[in-house]
Design a protein around this ligand. Structure first.
Ligand SMILES: Nc1ncnc2c1ncn2[C@@H]1O[C@H](COP(=O)(O)OP(=O)(O)O)[C@@H](O)[C@H]1O
Ligand SMILES: [Mg+2]
Length: 282
C-alpha cells in the first residue's frame, strides 16, 4: 500500500478505489477494481447491466465494505469509514430515485442542507430547545439563492417538490448536495427516467456544478452518450472487471468496449440481458 497523505493536493485523488474486490457468495461482483476521481475532474463509470456499477458505487459511498482493496478520499484511507463519516469529509451523492421530502419546497431542501453544513450538531440542540431553528444563519439567504440561481431553480424556489417533474427533482437533489459543500459528488444513474431535453439540461447543470463550484463528479450511468459527452475520463466495467479507462474518444473507438457495451444493442447475447430494466434504486 502506498503511504497515506492527508490534506488537499492538486494531484491526490478526491476519491479513489484501489484493488476493490466484492463477492456475493460465489459471484465475483468486483474483481480488484481501480478508479480515481481527480480534483476538479468529471469521471464516468459505465457498463452493461450486472457489470458491478452499483456495487462499486455502494463501496465508494460507504454502504458496502469490500472484501479486499482500499477506498481513499484526498489520500486518507476511508475503507472502514461510515457513509456519514465520508459525507463529513466532503462526499455527497444523489439517488437514482430522488429521495426528497414531498411537503417541502425546492428552497427548503437547500436551506436544510445549508443548515446542516453550517450548524452541524447545533441543529440537534435547536431541536430540543426550539431556539434558532427558524432563524436563518448569517449569509444563508445569499448562499441558498446563489445555488438556486446557479442550478436555474430560482423560478421553482417556492414550489413543493411533490408537484415537480422528475428532471426538476434531480436538479433539486443536486442543489441540496451542493449546499453541503462537497468535494466530490457521486451521481447514481442521473439520467434514468429523464427525456432528451431534461437529460441535456441536467448535463449542462452538472457541467456548471463542476466548473463554477469546483466539485469533482463521478457519474455512474447507463447512458453512454451522456458520459462520453461530458466526462474527462471514462471507466468501463464488464462482469466485475474494469476493462478500460481513458478519455472519451479512446473509449468510444475501443473494440473491447464496443463489444462489451457500446455494441450491446447489436450483440445477441447482451441484447437479451440489456432488455432487462435496471431495477436497482440505491
Ligand atoms: N446484494 C447482492 N447480493 C447478491 N448479488 C448481488 C447483490 N447486488 C448485486 N449483485 C450481483 O452483482 C452483480 C453486479 O450487480 P450491480 O452492481 O447491481 O451491477 P450494475 O449496477 O452494473 O447493473 C450482478 O450479477 C448482481 O446480480
Ligand atoms: Mg446498477
Amino acid at each position: 500500500m502506498s503511504t497515506v497523505t492527508t490534506g488537499p493536493s492538486t494531484t491526490t485523488a478526491r476519491l479513489e478505489a484501489s484493488g476493490v474486490t466484492v463477492r456475493f457468495g460465489g459471484l465475483l461482483a468486483l474483481d480488484s477494481v481501480d478508479l480515481a476521481v481527480p480534483p476538479g475532474g468529471v469521471v464516468g463509470l459505465v457498463g452493461p447491466n450486472g457489470a458491478g456499477k452499483s456495487t462499486l458505487f455502494a463501496v465508494l459511498s460507504g454502504l458496502l465494505r469490500p472484501d479486499a482493496g482500499r477506498v481513499r478520499m484526498g489520500g486518507a484511507d476511508v475503507t472502514r469509514a461510515s457513509a456519514a463519516a465520508r459525507a463529513r469529509r466532503g462526499l455527497a451523492r444523489t439517488f437514482q430515485r430522488p429521495e426528497l421530502f414531498s411537503g417541502l419546497t425546492v428552497r427548503e431542501h437547500v436551506v436544510l442542507a445549508d443548515r446542516v453544513r453550517h450548524r452541524g450538531g447545533r441543529i440537534l440542540r435547536d431541536l430540543v430547545t426550539g431556539g434558532g431553528l427558524r432563524r436563518p444563519d448569517a449569509g444563508e439567504d445569499e448562499r441558498v439563492d446563489a445555488i438556486l440561481d446557479s442550478l436555474r431553480l430560482a423560478d421553482l424556489r417556492d414550489r413543493e417538490v411533490s408537484g415537480l417533474p422528475l428532471g426538476a427533482c434531480r436538479l433539486v437533489e443536486v442543489a441540496r448536495a451542493l449546499a453541503t459543500g462537497p468535494a466530490v459528488l457521486l451521481l447514481d444513474e442521473p439520467s434514468s427516467g429523464l427525456d432528451g431535453r431534461e437529460t441535456e439540461e441536467l448535463a449542462a447543470t452538472l457541467a456548471r456544478v463542476n466548473a463554477d463550484h469546483g466539485v469533482s463528479l463521478l457519474l455512474v450511468e447507463h447512458d453512454v452518450e451522456l458520459v462520453l459527452g461530458m466526462c474527462g475520463t471514462v471507466y468501463v466495467l464488464d462482469f466485475g472487471a474494469m476493462i478500460r479507462s481513458g478519455p472519451p474518444e479512446e473509449i468510444r473507438s475501443d473494440p473491447a468496449v464496443r463489444a462489451a457495451y457500446l455494441g450491446a444493442e447489436t450483440s445477441p447475447q447482451r441484447g437479451a440481458q440489456d432488455a432487462v430494466p435496471d431495477e436497482e434504486s440505491r
